[in-house]
Ligand binder design. Structure first.
Ligand code: SF4
Length: 429
């Protein structure tokens, strides 16, 4: 039986470059995973995904190497854990990403992320969008991640522990990077869902198939788009605050955070199971997959004992690879679009780094789709193409991005060979 890969996208499934195998992405609100869910995810990886897992640059988890005949079983097992992959790929509202790594202000963002995911996941109104639609929530503007979302929410602390949000829209990377613009300042929490519904309504009505919101911004202009959105009936609607118990489950402020750093977001099922046990004993039963492809824990109890345990698990005297902040997409290791094995190149780049370069934030994407967000790193690398040599072999060319004082990273050099790229890295010292 042939596989309808296009139809499977809405289930968070992409075809791998290896015949008969698929990538299955899970949608975690704000990257949150309970200890029980992490144990279950580790078991699924052990049974169906060669005991390997990949943490994404939006704080989600991917299984690679899932045989197409096992996709239904994986879906059923995820559902039994209370997890979903619905809308993790395709023309849908993707997993809501959240900065903050479980730090101060995270409980409020966790609450908002859960509500947004509940509202927009599995809802037929938001599943036939022209292309993907990304929402992110951030505590501050300085890391600039809000600029690359279709809707980026920047929390502004308000009275009595509440927050308002600056709402940025129309950002995105890919082959035509574009920074989002500020739609409205200090939007109350009760207006977020109706306002995002209004943005989605206008997006669905005005974008051509396959185009993101940033293209509508280019075609209509910021002011016209703002007028259209604010003319939607839901744009000014305010929902009453939900009654009941809080939706945030991560141990709250001021519990300190500990991090388990992982090279390229790669970990084995066994490692995840051990980290799940760590979170059950030391982390209040929860963990956070961060957009930096690491796992953090809030520690409500004895931090020293927790640190020692994390060291014992091998997350301490780290190798240089894990010490460098380096976002890395799967590249040609597992992605059909990938033009080079990104992890291998990243290892060579790290080996070429001196102390100064090692203190910077790095990212590498295996093609110009820019999934590792090279335009947000101090030094970002994207593979721009393959060049055929005299012997018929193809070698990659790299664009190098550097972060200016504001906005997105810009190309500092284009079409570098690997040797030229490594020479630039060495020059940084
Ligand atoms: S940047 Fe390209 S190679 Fe990397 S995950 Fe995205 S599509 Fe695949």
């Amino acid at each position: 039986m042939t596989t309808d890969w296009q139809a499977l996208r809405i289930e968070g499934i992409y075809r791998q470059p290896h015949e008969g195998f698929a990538m299955q992405r899970i949608k975690l609100p704000a990257g949150l995973l309970s200890a029980e869910q992490a144990h279950g995810v580790a078991a699924i990886a052990g049974e169906f995904a060669r005991s390997e897992l990949h943490l994404t640059t939006r704080g989600s988890i991917e299984f690679h190497w899932v045989s197409t005949e096992n996709l239904g079983k994986v879906k059923s097992r995820l559902a039994a854990l209370g997890l979903t992959s619905r809308g993790a790929c395709g023309g849908a509202v993707r997993g809501v990403t959240c900065a903050g790594r479980g730090g101060v202000g995270f409980p409020l963002m966790e609450t908002v992320a859960r509500r947004l995911q509940q509202q927009f996941t599995g809802n037929p109104r938001f599943e036939r969008l022209p292309k993907k639609f990304k929402i992110g929530i951030f505590t501050q503007e300085c890391d600039r991640s809000h600029l690359i979302q279709d809707v980026g929410l920047v929390a502004k602390p308000g009275d009595q522990g509440s927050s308002n949000y600056d709402v940025w829209i129309g950002g995105g990377l890919g082959r035509e990077p574009q920074a989002g613009f500020l739609l409205e300042e200090r939007v109350t929490q009760g207006r977020l869902i109706p306002l995002i519904e209004a943005v989605l309504q206008v997006y669905g009505a005005h974008a051509a198939a396959g185009k993101r919101l940033k293209h509508v911004v280019r075609e209509l202009g910021e002011e016209r788009l703002r007028e259209l959105i604010m003319a939607e009936p839901s744009a000014t609607e305010e929902l009453s605050p939900p009654a009941g118990l809080p939706d945030s489950f991560l141990p709250g402020d001021p519990a300190p955070a500990l991090e388990a750093p992982l090279f390229a977001g790669e970990l084995s099922a066994d490692t995840l199971a051990r980290l799940a046990e760590f979170s059950r004993i030391h982390g209040g039963g929860w963990m956070v997959v961060t957009p930096d492809q690491n796992i953090t824990f809030r520690i409500p109890g004895d931090v020293e004992a927790a640190s020692q345990e994390l060291l014992r698990l091998g997350f301490g005297g780290m190798e240089k690879e894990e010490q460098v902040s380096f976002r890395i997409c799967p590249g040609s290791h597992e992605c059909r679009m990938g033009l080079t094995p990104t992890r291998d190149v990243a290892r060579q780049v790290i080996a070429a780094m001196g102390t100064v370069a090692g203190a910077l934030r790095w990212a590498i994407s295996g093609c110009l789709n820019s999934c590792a967000q090279p335009q947000l790193a101090d030094q970002g690398i994207a593979v721009s193409g393959l060049v055929k040599g005299d012997d018929g072999s193809r070698s990659p060319r790299f664009d190098l991005y550097r972060l200016p004082s504001e906005g997105l990273g810009l190309p500092a050099a284009r079409n570098l060979t690997l040797e030229e790229l490594l020479a630039q890295v060495r020059e940084l010292g």
